[in-house]
Ligand binder design. Structure first.
Ligand SMILES: Nc1ncnc2c1ncn2[C@@H]1O[C@H](COP(=O)(O)OP(=O)(O)O)[C@@H](O)[C@H]1O
Ligand SMILES: [Mg+2]
Length: 495
């Protein structure tokens, strides 16, 4: 008989492997519940740095550091897949690690993950595995271009992928992805993308959120909305599959299942994530329990919270571009004050020190009565946020007059909050975000990034799929994505 585990009560310490935005938001929820939080991340200035009691700065491969983190914790969880098996197993000697190293072993390798899904009878699109250049050439022929070549390990937000428009490009793909084992997937004609979030506790309790409808631009999530305005039949089927996957893999914590709905009506599993997920940030305001609180409840074996939606919520990711001018030089702060003036709109920034193109810096959420209205509102908020800020007219006119006439006394100036003081726009070399990186280094990085030729986040929100509408077919998109667009470079953690 299954032993009932003891709840890990508030006042205990939660360890999080990873200190990015997902870890930060989980840490904030844990603190609200009264837990102490420690995190491990390679970056000392990671997004979690101000919200945890202790940050262990170490690589995800450093098993000793993972053990050190776990020694001071009652339970350990994670916010990123790329923690080494050695680290997970070292941590497990000191505290329960949820989800387990075994779950991670399957998920952190695309080859194992796809094969596991296929073997367990879950629906996946046509794929082939390649471990050598020759195998990749063969797989490219079998899959028929266009196809996605995805490195088995380390990819996220479309990075570590190569879009193959002809089988002859297999060699270029192999080199570009760093001569690593990979999965080749036939490029599907996608009508819509949805995801399902399942929470599972050690006591065997399960809670499922309403599906999220997700819109990607150039393989990175741009915006999403919950509850997904899709047919109840598809929602039911996706929910059933997601629950079955969570049970079969025996996840403890959260599991997100990403699905493709193809133009010929198939529902296929794209990939799994054993952690909070970008597509469920809307649960913060749209459901009775946020995904972050639910993650804490699940790994601590507390009763799971209600996943009932209270409003429709759309979320729009704020990428680094928002802080940069068209020539990639830093610009003033986005006009969040104007976006926040819209009822139902909230801004969540992750406290990252430096804006880089394609880096997730925060998100805007918009709550409304219907998914369609929520998407329209988030679109409006996002557009306002992008508006050019003009200095010094951003400050109140009386303040402006006083400053111009010199009637602003020294003492008044000193006592005022610096943020309320009129300030000229920063020079490009000063940067728009606090950070220690030199402007030269920064502009070099921006050049590299802009070489991605990622189309600027566009007015695509106007194409928000609140009703299912066909996307351009894979073949028609083939020309938009070239080898130079590949995000094959490895970076320590998602941006
Ligand atoms: N086989 C495919 N057919 C069509 N589009 C795909 C395919 N694989 C990936 N994509 C697109 O690229 C996005 C990112 O791919 P995904 O496999 O989810 O990687 P990541 O781990 O970067 O999220 C998907 O959400 C989808 O929009
Ligand atoms: Mg994905």
């Amino acid at each position: 008989m299954k032993k009932k585990s003891q709840p890990i009560l508030p006042g205990s310490t939660l360890g999080i492997l990873g200190g990015g935005q997902l870890g930060r938001m989980m840490a904030m929820a844990a603190r609200t519940l009264g837990y102490h939080v420690r995190a491990l991340d390679p970056d000392a200035s990671c997004a979690s740095r101000f919200v945890v009691d202790k940050l262990v700065t170490a690589s995800f491969e450093d098993a000793d550091a993972a053990a050190e983190l776990a020694r001071g914790c009652d339970v350990v969880t994670l916010e990123i897949e790329k923690v080494s098996q050695a680290s997970l197993r070292a941590a497990a000697k000191h505290a329960p690690v949820r989800p387990s190293a075994t779950v991670l072993e399957i998920i952190q390798d695309r080859i194992k993950q796809k094969t596991w899904l296929d073997k367990h009878g879950f629906p996946v699109g046509p794929f082939s595995v390649a471990r050598t250049a020759m195998q990749l050439a063969g797989a490219a022929l079998r899959m028929q271009a266009p196809a996605y070549v995805k490195a088995a390990r380390g990819g996220y937000d479309g990075r570590g992928q190569f879009f193959l428009t002809a089988p002859e490009m297999a060699e270029a793909a192999w080199t570009e992805l760093g001569a690593r084992p990979c999965v080749v997937e036939r490029a599907l004609s996608i009508e819509a993308e949805v995801s399902i979030l399942v929470a599972r506790s050690p006591s065997g309790e399960t809670a499922v959120y309403p599906p999220s409808l997700n819109h990607h631009e150039d393989r990175i999530l741009e915006h999403c909305v919950i509850p997904a305005p899709i047919s109840p039949a598809i929602a039911k089927r996706a929910t059933k599959i997601a629950k079955e996957i969570a049970d079969a893999i025996e996840v403890i914590g959260l599991l997100v299942v990403e699905f493709f709905i193809t133009t010929d009506g198939k529902l296929l599993v794209n990939e799994l994530a054993p952690r909070p997920h970008n597509t469920f940030h809307g649960t913060e305001v749209g459901c009775l329990t946020s995904q972050f609180e639910q993650a804490v409840r699940a790994v601590c074996d507390l009763p799971l919270g209600s996943t009932e939606p209270v409003r429709s919520v759309a979320v729009y990711n704020l990428l680094g571009e928002l802080w940069l001018s068209s020539d990639a030089s830093p610009r003033g702060s986005p006009a969040f004050d104007r976006a926040l003036a819209l009822p139902g709109v909230r801004v969540h920034l992750y406290g990252k020190r430096e804006a880089r193109a394609g880096r997730k810096m925060g998100h805007i959420s918009a709550a409304a009565k219907t998914p369609k209205a929520a998407v329209a509102l988030v679109k409006k908020a996002r557009a306002i946020t992008r508006a050019e800020r003009r200095w010094p007219s951003a400050r109140p006119s009386s303040t402006r007059r006083r400053a111009r006439s010199g009637r602003w006394s020294r003492s008044k100036r000193r006592s005022s909050s610096p943020r309320k003081m009129p300030r000229p726009p920063r020079r490009a070399s000063q940067g728009s975000m606090r950070g220690s990186t030199s402007s030269t280094k920064r502009s070099r990085r921006l050049r590299t990034r802009s070489a991605d030729k990622r189309p600027a986040p566009s007015s695509s929100i106007s194409r928000a799929p609140w009703t299912l509408r066909p996307k351009p077919s894979a073949s028609s998109r083939a020309f938009a994505i070239s080898p130079s667009n590949t995000r094959g470079h490895a970076s320590p953690r998602p941006p």
